[in-house]
Design a protein around this ligand. Structure first.
Ligand SMILES: NC(=O)c1ccc[n+]([C@@H]2O[C@H](COP(=O)([O-])OP(=O)(O)OC[C@H]3O[C@@H](n4cnc5c(N)ncnc54)[C@H](OP(=O)(O)O)[C@@H]3O)[C@@H](O)[C@H]2O)c1
Length: 311
């Protein structure tokens, strides 16, 4: 994956030539502390240009307000959002994008992702669902509707999130527009070596979510990470983000705290030995797994092809 430097900010070049800043701001649950608008404006003030949003997060209107108030030229921003699982039916996809644009108060997105590879019935608007609420929409039907959005001027790139190798392998030969990005959970306890390798070999950029373990997976407290942080005189979070971007993976840490926001933008250069030491951590844990609540969704992260309602 190419990493380009433009005016001090490093970018990942997507397969259609669009540049995506390698460090962005995560916004899941970022409204819960009541300071999201100030957080987004502070982040933009210190140089963040990539904001990761989703219909599901329920806070896009506030983010849109902050974007307007901050006044950064639209062309300098990289705004990602994701369609929720209840909008996978092909006839609902364009409307889902319009809803997102309305909330963010934007004319276009830089990147629109299919948030998850499974679909929910249209009336389910929350993630407290059961197997009865799953909708039988083949992912290629949703993807073909996504492809029609390119050329409308409303999205610069389209991609996927939480897609495993088995799904991508069967999807790619049928795609008219190949996904530009796969956004997946990446940190040393869920390094996704094979999936990242597969995506990068197929010119699909990877964005890693929960780069700091998302408050549930204690990668910040890992002894290898702590040792490397001490050697660089930086924080464990900076080591985690630096490890990710050194792999050519964009990182989207969430913070509502000004000094942590600042710190998360400042990566350090890790040595080959340090990269290898982190790559060799053997602990395994995910923060996010829908099969914890809905066992029928085991195929999402366990590559059981038989149950993937794909094509
Ligand atoms: N595509 C998907 O399905 C999916 C799933 C999950 C997440 N995401 C995206 O990925 C983003 C990041 O994931 P996440 O929010 O779950 O987790 P994360 O970014 O790994 O971790 C966020 C937590 O780390 C803390 N933190 C931030 N900077 C820190 C630092 N320098 N040192 C110590 N602690 C720090 C934050 O607290 P403070 O706010 O107090 O600093 C917060 O509790 C999300 O916000 C969302 O945009 C996407």
């Amino acid at each position: 994956m190419f990493v380009l430097q433009t005016s001090g900010v490093s970018n990942v070049k997507l397969n259609n030539g669009v540049l995506m800043p390698e460090v962005g701001l995560g916004t899941w649950k970022a409204h819960e502390q009541g300071t999201l608008r100030e957080t987004v404006k502070a982040a933009l003030g210190m140089g963040y240009r990539h904001i990761d949003c989703a219909k599901y997060y329920g806070n896009q209107r506030e983010i849109g307000d902050a974007l307007k108030e901050a006044g950064v030229p639209r062309k300098d921003l990289f705004i990602t959002s994701k369609i929720f699982e209840n909008r996978h039916r092909p006839e609902l996809v364009a409307g889902a994008l319009d809803e997102i644009l309305d909330e963010l108060q934007l004319e276009y997105l830089d990147l629109l992702l299919v948030h998850w590879p499974y679909a929910l019935n249209p009336e389910i608007d929350h993630d407290d669902f059961t197997a009865n609420d799953l909708d039988d929409v083949p992912i290629m039907d949703t993807w073909r509707a996504m492809e029609t959005l390119i050329g409308t001027g409303k999205v610069r790139a389209i991609g996927v999130s939480n897609f495993n190798r088995s799904i991508l392998q069967r999807m790619l030969p049928q795609c008219r527009v190949r996904p530009a990005v796969n956004q997946i959970e990446v940190h040393p306890y869920n390094p996704e070596h094979k999936l990242v390798g597969y995506c990068q070999a197929n010119d699909i950029a990877v964005t890693g979510y929960c780069p700091l373990g998302g408050g549930r997976v204690d990668v910040l407290g890992d002894s290898t990470i702590q040792r490397i942080a001490a050697a660089h005189g930086c924080s464990p979070a900076q080591v985690l983000i630096s490890w990710q971007v050194a792999r050519g993976i964009a990182a989207i840490p969430k913070s509502n705290n000004e000094s942590r926001l600042k710190q998360n933008l400042q990566t350090v250069t890790l040595t080959l030995d340090e990269m290898q030491a982190i790559g060799q951590i053997t602990a395994r844990q995910r923060k996010v797994d829908p099969s914890r609540n809905t066992p029928e969704l085991r195929w999402v992260f366990h590559e059981d092809e038989a149950k993937c309602p794909l094509i």
